[in-house]
Design a binder for this molecule. Sequence first.
Ligand SMILES: Cc1cc2nc3c(=O)[nH]c(=O)nc-3n(C[C@H](O)[C@H](O)[C@H](O)COP(=O)(O)OP(=O)(O)OC[C@H]3O[C@@H](n4cnc5c(N)ncnc54)[C@H](O)[C@@H]3O)c2cc1C
Length: 419
Amino acid sequence: MNKHYHTVVIGGGCLGAACAFSVQRRLGNKRGKVAIIEKKVLGAGLSSRHSAIVRSANASPMAARMAKIATQYWKNLKPLWGVNIPYEQSGAIWIADNTTGSDSESWATLEQMLQQEGIDFAMLAHRDVMDLSRQALKTVPDEMYYYEPDVLQLDSPQILNAIQTAAKKNRINVLEHCDVIDFELTGQGISALFTSQGKIFAEHVINAAGAWSSELFAGIGLNIPVALEPVYAANFLVSVHDIPEGMPIIADYVNQAYFRRWRGSILHMHQPRSRNVKDIARSFSRTAMNPEGANVIYDALSFNVTHQQLDNYLGKVINRFPKIGKPVYAGGYHSFFDITPDLKFILGADTQFTNLYHCLGAGQALKYAPIFGEIIADLITGDGVILNSIDINEFSIARFSNNDISRYWQTNALKQNSL
Ligand SMILES: Cc1cc2nc3c(=O)[nH]c(=O)nc-3n(C[C@H](O)[C@H](O)[C@H](O)COP(=O)(O)OP(=O)(O)OC[C@H]3O[C@@H](n4cnc5c(N)ncnc54)[C@H](O)[C@@H]3O)c2cc1C
């Protein structure tokens, strides 16, 4: 096989697919072809293991602004992807600690910043929390609550189906079971990719290889700090009378748990990313010791949930939803968040190779997929459609150009509520 493409996207997850759709749409039929190279099948990686929540609250004003735009895109994807995906606008209730010494002030600052960005995010009284959750939730005086009404919940299999349909509609060349192994370099650029299916030439290369990026690009001297943080997701079968239809997503930062109602009578939950710098550093040191690299994601063993973890989650459910009693376990899996040292995504042009672009998440990236695709398409086509109102400097790979990440841990201590 000897192929030439205008743009090759490495990785067929939600971010790679979004980039492919946006670039191909801008190119039209005549200006060149886009290919996705995926070593397994479309959506095989973390893009089939998320909770499909699209929310805007974020500690970075620019990331929040981008999430707000992305939320509008998700509601009407057809102009971008050629397909629409059903969604439910359930809103989200954020629960934070309000005891003495807690970080309640930073939540107030977050509220102010989000409101300046035009994002509806406001404190809720306890009785309003009870009303919104139709008495399902337990509230306690030492907690405070915020409400973000514009949060969407989608369904992950429907997103995957839409990606497959959109790939066909947008005439993307999808090369599945095709592993990118190495790169051919010419001057300051990448001229071709060596893959398990032969050499593929590309004018532009998009790195959407997620957690595999660091190992894939290390061979050409790029330091791309993406590591894996373990996370468990669990589903519990509950009575529809106990968890009311339309219940907002519960982002419980006191119990470290996200809860959402899922396909009727399932309560789905997982823990959020750790904001503790030591935990993040541990995830990076674990990467170095893992002989499987990011392929641990595909290891069947990594789908098991331990009894200890299940007990831990059961405790959180019972604590937060006392009406449920002891819920029925309905399946779960062990997975990983794709994280960067500062929990911010990596987006934009590479600093070393002129035709390479990075589109990498940091644990919460599904929600950004449509806007990331548009931004990368802006960079490649020079159109400037979205980049007129967004500044992506903060997310550039350039912030990690100093190979000594250890210094980074000391200078970028995360705030507790870096959502
Ligand atoms: C439990 C859980 C819940 C989550 N919930 C949410 C949520 O509610 N909302 C949200 O926004 N985000 C959520 N996320 C995060 C979200 O799942 C990820 O951020 C997102 O899926 C990342 O997408 P991606 O396309 O970058 O990566 P991936 O889906 O991992 O795609 C990378 C792809 O690259 C391929 N690849 C790698 N190396 C090569 C190579 N050498 N050659 C060819 N192909 C290669 C892989 O096979 C893979 O398919 C959650 C994550 C988890 C684990």
